[in-house]
Design a protein around this ligand. Structure first.
Ligand code: 1PZ
Length: 215
């Protein structure tokens, strides 16, 4: 199948990009962060079109960030830290309610950041799950503990319905393209601390600047 190779998800690939996310002084590189999300979107797309409305939103947020990273102020969009500083110093963020900067880098990244928490919780549940665990239940639990708290009723409903058609644990592990279940579990154990660290650094930065509730 022509072109199928570049669409193929590999957990290893995502793991690698999150590994490359952190600079020596623990800044988060936007390019790698976005690359990590691209990999996750690939994975989501491989699960079926029911998840299209989710991956579309993620893609549009990725595109907003990429347009800043490639725009005239690209140099300020090298890391999450430099982006936050630049946008705040130049009043480019709608802080309390939507105004003239509805698509700031800060608020856009915050949406992905919140989704990263879901990912962390979900992957950890998968890692510790047993053969008879239901991926839909693991996913819903992780969602309710994280992203759902930021979503209105309609989206929670739609997400809940999408979760029901998630493939079972075995298929899920196969799509990850890592090898036998033990290897998937090991790989997840490797990936999780990296994802957690990136999450925590971003969370602390946003908290420090009071950015955790950006509209
Ligand atoms: C493997 C199963 C995948 C389940 C993914 C769980 C997340 C469900 C999220 C449902 C999002 C629905 C679409 C749109 C939501 C937007 O309203 C919000 C807020 O953005 P705003 O409206 O303020 O601009 N968008 C988000 O919360 C970002 C959601 C990104 C989700 C990416 C999931 C990637 C999954 C990777 C799979 C391994």
């Amino acid at each position: 199948m022509a072109g199928s190779e570049d669409q193929k998800f590999s957990l290893q690939e995502v793991l690698d990009t999150f590994k490359l996310c952190l600079s020596e002084n623990k800044e988060v590189y936007l390019e790698q962060y976005v690359a990590g999300w691209r990999g996750l979107v690939k994975f989501l797309n491989s699960l079926g079109s029911v998840f299209g409305f989710i991956s579309k939103d993620a893609v549009s947020k990725i595109q907003i960030l990429v347009s800043y990273m490639k725009g005239e102020n690209a140099s300020h969009y090298a890391t999450v830290q430099s982006m936050v500083k630049y946008e705040l110093d130049n009043n480019l963020v709608d802080v309390n309610k939507k105004g003239s900067h509805p698509e700031s880098g800060c608020r856009t990244l915050l949406r992905l950041h919140r989704a990263l928490r879901w990912l962390e919780l979900f992957l950890d549940r998968l890692r510790t799950s047993t053969e008879d665990s239901k991926t839909s239940a693991l996913c819903a639990e992780a969602y309710n503990e994280s992203l759902a708290q930021h979503h209105p009723w309609m989206i929670r409903k739609a997400a809940g319905m999408a979760f029901l058609v998630l493939p079972g644990r075995q298929t899920f592990f196969e799509v990850m393209n890592v090898g036998p279940p033990e290897q998937v579990v090991a790989k997840l154990g490797e990936a999780l601390p990296l994802i957690s660290e990136v999450y925590q650094i971003t969370e602390d930065l946003y908290a420090q600047h009071n950015l955790l509730d950006l509209p």
